[in-house]
Design a protein around this ligand. Sequence first.
Ligand code: ASP
Length: 357
Amino acid sequence: NALGRLGLRTLTYYMGTGLLAVLTGLLMVNLFTPGIIEGAPAGDRLGLSADTESVLAKVGGSKATDLADFFLRMIPTNIFQAAANGELLGIIFFSLLFGYFITQIPGTLQGTQKRFWSGAHDVMVGITNLLMRFAPYGVFGLVAKVIAITGWDSVRPLGLFFLCVLAGLLLHSLVTLSLLLKFVAKVSPLRHLRRMGTVLLTAFSTSSSSATLPITIREVEQQSGVSKRVSGFVVPLGATVNMDGTALYECAAAMFIAQAYGLELGYAQQFMIVVIALLSSVGVAGVPSASLVAIAIILGAVGLPLEGVGLILAVDRVLDMCRTAVNVYSDTCGASVIARLEGEALQPNAPEVASKA
Ligand code: ASP
């Protein structure tokens, strides 16, 4: 049926672009190796305290040595045990299944489930917001410690990491998404970019896909001429599910931290990072700094110390603005791509509409 087809196309677009984004991030950190300065891991420069040997032992012990094992661990035999042991891959997989089957049960029960879980979600967001109020002091302490111990040496790896992520984000939005716009949606990428100026600026300045949502919907309808039927489905879903910038960033951050500890991650482990970055970007809320939680999850899954997150806090703020803009931009491209696939006539040549604020 029509709704199922729309859903399938949307999901394919989200997963496809998400995967491309993660791979772009992976490529960037492997190419520029921001965590390795002059041939040596940047851990010392960054004042990391956990020593490589103990980390190495833990990573080795995380058992993700081959792909078959990876898939086996995806399906927990006991979900409570998985939760208690922090086996996040299994938890994510279970949650996806659970969420899907909530949509398959009858109306009243489904309503109860949805209300319960969205309440639980709001409670967790409330707690997170409370904790995040302490973040500025934490960042101050961490950065001050690093600078006090290593001086300005630490600036180089962090600066390189910053540039790596920025380059990846630009590559994804200006090349990958532009190609999709040009060849699938058949609209001029440049014009689309110009038309989405307000959306991008809002996303950039709020660092929140959710806060940008009303503007995204309005602009996608008014500027690109996407129907309400498509925009009303694709854009709100995309604001929480489709986070290309976040997925790219999570992967790049985990790899950077691994490099800084001097770890050579094998293919199986890199594959695991890619999958978790992709899946957890789906679960990340569209609010500022939400990916930090997901990065902690990835580090935990690979066996890296959480201390690594502290490392990137110093550059997180600005990168959050950039990756949120990419998250939202991908939603707008998705709306055009899917509208076109649904046979809609977009407005490729119409003059830009002055957006009403
Ligand atoms: N701030 C991002 C967003 O709202 C999420 C994140 O990557 O932290 O899209």
